[in-house]
Design a binder for this molecule. Structure first.
Ligand code: FPP
Ligand code: MG
Length: 372
């Protein structure tokens, strides 16, 4: 399947109005519930007497996109009328589902608090990280605090399967992060076994990125009384959407700008991450060996100058960016994302028409328009 000619242009510079209208249409069906999520998130911060008050206030008040809660609640709305339990045929966005949506964002913020320590990042959501302001210890403990409070919320919902789902998510997030660390700087592994490198990439993405999305979709199906086969299709939406989200995230590291993203760009290679565009280039069957060797040499320069010459490292990163652009490797990543988006949309084809379903499809298709 060839990507539409303008696909990469859309990732690079989608018309601002198109993006704004699309995003508004995605959020509109759940706007009231989303306000609840925001309030409940802020209410998680402990009283001022607790030492973590300030760091948690900072973390919880960052202007995130709230994609995980939005997806969870849209799925709730979309499955409202398909359950077998007459008692649950209300809006589909029950209080328990809103709490679950809050849990998903709390876990997400906790992973970012830990991730910024692992990645030594100073910028997140356009502001200094907790790590930068209060140091590693407070960042880790703030994340731990959120995880504890998220577990408490789940236990209060009182559905043991939800506790199990989110416990698996926590394990997957750690697993995905470790898989990523294992693959970092491992240029020779990719060259030796391209297939294994892609398998590792997709496994890492499912664990690290998709897990929270698919859990929210599954939770919505459970809370709305869907049968098991249907719940699995909802999960599949989350898995494919999450993988597309990660692919575009990788792409935005090359094509995005730091201000819009609220975090540094061109940073993956500096951190040793051989992300999707690089993986695509090194394992491509259409790139010549000469081009691949050029890429490998530049990548080695980036890695070798990690502690040393910043200018040399920068020059190599820019040379890599040029090669990726010139040989269509960024387009190829966008095409892979498109495939996952199509798979996500196909998996919920059976859902009855509703504003929620419409918004879910738009959310998936908007992945390609993401600028942050
Ligand atoms: C951001 O990735 C990080 C994640 C999505 C997950 C990180 C997971 C851990 C740190 C494991 C610990 C898990 C728990 C349960 C707290 P990124 O670095 O690719 O993205 P970024 O550019 O936004 O930093
Ligand atoms: Mg990071």
């Amino acid at each position: 399947m060839q990507p539409p000619a303008s696909l990469l242009n859309m990732v690079n510079s989608p018309a601002k109005d198109t993006v704004k209208t699309s995003i508004q249409a995605v959020y509109a069906p759940v706007s009231a519930a989303l306000e609840q999520v925001k309030q409940r998130l802020l209410a998680v911060q402990p009283p001022e007497s607790v030492l973590l008050h300030d760091s948690l206030h900072h973390a919880l008040s960052g202007e995130g996109k709230l994609v995980r809660p939005v997806l969870t609640m849209l799925m709730g709305g979309a499955t409202a009328s398909v359950n077998s339990d007459e008692n649950k045929k209300e809006s589909g966005i029950s209080d328990a589902l809103i709490e679950t949506a809050v849990v998903s964002e709390m876990i997400h913020i906790a992973t970012l608090l830990h991730d910024d320590v692992l990645d030594d990042s100073d910028l997140r959501r356009g502001r200094p990280t907790v790590k930068k302001l209060w140091g590693n210890t407070i960042s880790i403990l703030s994340g731990d605090y959120l995880l504890a409070k998220a577990s408490l919320k789940l236990s209060e919902i009182g559905i043991i399967r939800l506790v199990a789902i989110y416990s698996h998510v926590l394990a997957d997030l750690c697993d995905g992060e470790v898989e990523q660390i294992r693959g970092s700087f491992a240029l020779d592994d990719i060259i030796r076994d391209p297939q294994a490198a892609w398998a590792s990439y997709y496994r890492k993405s499912l664990c690290k990125t998709s897990s929270l999305f698919s859990a929210g979709c599954e939770a919505a199906g459970i809370l709305n009384g869907c049968d098991e086969a249907k719940i699995q299709t909802l999960r599949a939406f989350g898995e494919n959407y999450g993988t597309a989200f990660q692919l575009i995230d990788d792409l935005l590291d090359y094509t995005g700008d730091a201000q819009t993203m609220g975090k540094p760009v061109l940073d993956d290679l500096r951190n040793g991450l051989l992300n999707a565009p690089i993986l695509g280039a090194l394992t491509s069957t259409s790139l010549t060996e000469t081009v691949k060797e050029q890429l490998q040499n530049h990548i080695r320069q980036v890695f070798d100058n990690r502690e040393g010459d910043g200018n040399k490292q920068e020059a190599s990163i820019l040379a890599i960016l040029d090669l990726l652009k010139e040989h269509g490797c960024l387009d190829e990543t966008a095409r892979l994302a498109e495939e996952k988006i199509s798979a996500a949309c196909a998996s919920i084809d059976w859902l009855p028409a509703s504003d929620y379903k419409q918004a879910l499809l738009l959310l998936a298709k908007n992945t390609i328009l993401r600028r942050s």
